[in-house]
Design a protein around this ligand. Structure first.
Ligand SMILES: Cc1cc2nc3c(=O)[nH]c(=O)nc-3n(C[C@H](O)[C@H](O)[C@H](O)COP(=O)(O)OP(=O)(O)OC[C@H]3O[C@@H](n4cnc5c(N)ncnc54)[C@H](O)[C@@H]3O)c2cc1C
Length: 548
């Protein structure tokens, strides 16, 4: 990936000389944003567009974080995130503001498959995270066999389910529907989508609405039916994307050309509003100053009036560890590493999309080391067109429960393993790829496990104790663009509101009047209406990224 150098018109402070007095105008920033993922870039965009002088410091050589792009065989692909959950509408709204409204697309509704120990089957149509609403439906029997399906149906005959008995998804499904339903349906899907151990996944986070539906329906399968009906009704009302109707369990959309176009557009717009985006600058610590905040980096120190930390949790705690309230949050818990291997196969390599949009692999599938395969050129019609006959598959390795099988392999060996797995999963003797790429993502603890919400709140509380310090990103908002984007926008609004001490009076004098007017008015209105503050607990929508 190419380095994306930022503007270089500002001089860092000499190392170790943090300011005690206000900085000269050229060196003072209204806001310093640490981390240029979706969270950091959203804040930078929203603030810079309103005239704030924004400095973004990004450690890597590229912008976008997990939502960045990668070029393989001349194709611009997503290197990490490739879709967004439609719930809440915040990502689509942002995309529209960025001029991408016409490029919002739905995935091929063909749906994903499951690779079981002995065969591959389509994912049951009426299911939520693999939990079937009709355990005796034909496609459930195909996956579980009669014995497994009847055991899953016993859920309907068991004593009525009461809310709050199980916080974790794995134990809930095992108790109500049996081990086969858990191992063959729910674990591959939920574990694959969330890169977390299904035994620890928090029901309230990964399946919002399910707990309420449980009290209503009294059984797990009945509750899934209620949630699916509610989603279908939302589509009918026009409150949700049509992809929900075709595949109720997978309410996601994408962007023609890849979701990395969102972060690229955020960066471009922020720059157009004079934000200074610098890559290759790692922030090591932060400390308050009489006029705001200073950060130490490997390229010197910088100071600003407010500080926005948009980093994965372990990195945020490293940077903020010296501040009151953060040290007790340090943890030895290991983060999650995921490796993605993309193969571009020659024309004719796969015909007829044999496994829909892709495959989630059950743990007992013999000889297959990948946890999922996305047939990207089948999933996204725009990519099929761009690939011009070639086929693009992306294999995922690693989950919360296991290190990536590709770990320790060199790139060629990782590509060879991915090709072997793709052949086994697709049941075809695929030719050698014309190109391949491998990307490793290291994240903090999964944000979807039981206890994660308490941790996110503890991080927010620690930040709230410091004036003009804001945390955004998946570490506090939860995994997924649908969580990160609206939360970051709330944070930006909070910063702006604080700075417009006198409504309509800009913090800097570089605000274009036409940009200032509506926002200042909005800030004023919302203050009056006691709108949620930047640190308010965000909606905990589930991330339905749908790896396959
Ligand atoms: C493999 C994978 C696939 C995913 N797919 C989807 C999907 O399809 N749809 C979806 O909605 N979500 C998906 N997610 C989740 C989603 O991508 C993330 O929740 C979201 O992008 C996180 O954004 P962020 O800004 O919080 O963090 P990040 O994107 O992690 O950005 C943090 C940035 O901080 C930088 N940084 C780190 N340390 C420092 C430092 N000390 N100083 C300066 N900079 C630093 C990093 O280099 C990085 O650029 C996926 C996640 C993964 C790992």
């Amino acid at each position: 990936m190419t380095a994306d150098a930022g503007q270089a018109d500002a001089t860092p402070l000499p190392e170790g000389s943090l300011p005690e007095t206000p900085l000269p105008e050229a060196q003072r920033w209204d806001s310093i944003v640490v981390g240029a993922g979706a969270g950091g870039l959203t804040v930078a965009h929203d603030l810079a567009g309103r005239g704030y002088r924004v400095l973004v410091l990004e450690a890597s050589d590229r912008l976008g974080g997990v939502a960045t792009g990668i070029e393989v065989a001349g194709l611009a692909l997503d290197a990490g995130a490739e879709s967004f959950a439609t719930r809440g509408g915040a990502v689509a709204e942002l995309a529209a503001e960025l001029g991408l409204a016409d490029d919002i697309v739905s995935p091929n509704p063909a749906g994903a498959w499951l690779q079981l120990g002995d065969r591959a089957v389509p994912l049951p149509k009426a299911s939520l995270l693999g939990i079937p609403s009709s355990p005796l439906a034909r496609d459930v029997i195909d996956a579980l066999g009669w014995g497994g399906a009847i055991r899953a149906y016993a859920d309907r005959l068991m004593p009525v389910l009461r809310i709050g008995k199980d916080d974790a998804l794995g134990p809930l499904v095992r108790r109500r529907m049996g081990r086969k339903a858990l191992d063959r349906l729910v674990a591959p899907l939920a574990g694959g989508v969330y890169s977390a151990d299904v035994e620890r996944l928090d029901v309230a986070t990964v399946a919002p609405g399910l707990n309420n539906a449980l009290t209503q329906a009294g059984s797990l399968s009945g509750a899934v039916a209620v949630v699916l009906e509610e989603r279908a009704a939302a589509v009918a009302r026009g409150d949700a994307a049509p992809s929900n109707a075709q595949r109720p369990g997978s309410a996601v959309q994408g962007i023609r050309g890849g979701v990395h176009r969102i972060t690229a557009a955020l960066a471009e717009r922020a720059r157009a509003h004079h934000a200074d985006l610098r890559t290759g600058v790692r922030v090591t610590s932060a400390s308050p100053t009489p006029t705001g905040w200073a950060v130490e980096t490997d390229a010197g120190a910088f100071a600003g009036s407010s500080l926005v930390v948009a980093l994965p949790e372990p990195e945020a705690l490293r940077v903020l560890g010296g501040l009151d309230g953060f040290a007790p949050l340090a943890t030895d818990a290991a983060g999650v590493a995921v490796e993605l291997v993309t193969l571009v196969l020659p024309p004719g390599a796969i015909s007829g999309d044999p496994r829909g949009t892709g495959v989630l692999v059950a743990a007992d599938a013999p000889g297959i080391r990948a946890k999922a395969l996305t047939h990207a050129s089948a999933k996204w019609p725009w990519l099929r067109e761009a690939a011009d006959g070639r086929e693009v598959v992306r294999l995922s390795y690693g989950s919360g429960a296991a290190a990536p099988a590709t770990e320790g392999l060199d790139d060629d060996a990782a590509a060879a393993l991915a090709l072997r797995d793709a052949r086994a999963i697709l049941g075809r003797d695929l030719p050698e790829p014309v190109a391949s790429a491998r990307v490793r993502w290291e994240q903090g603890q999964p944000t979807t496990v039981v206890g994660a919400r308490g941790r996110q709140q503890a991080l927010r509380d620690a930040a709230d104790a410091h004036a003009n310090l804001f945390l955004v990103g998946a570490a506090v908002a939860g995994t997924g663009l649908a969580q990160v984007v609206p939360d970051a926008r709330r944070a930006a609004l909070g910063i702006r509101r604080e700075r417009f001490a006198v409504p309509g009076t800009p913090w800097t004098d570089e605000v274009a009047p036409d940009e200032l007017a509506p926002d200042a008015a909005a800030a004023h209105d919302e203050t009056d209406a006691a709108a949620p503050a930047a640190s308010a607990t965000p909606a905990r929508d589930a991330d339905e990224r749908g790896d396959a």
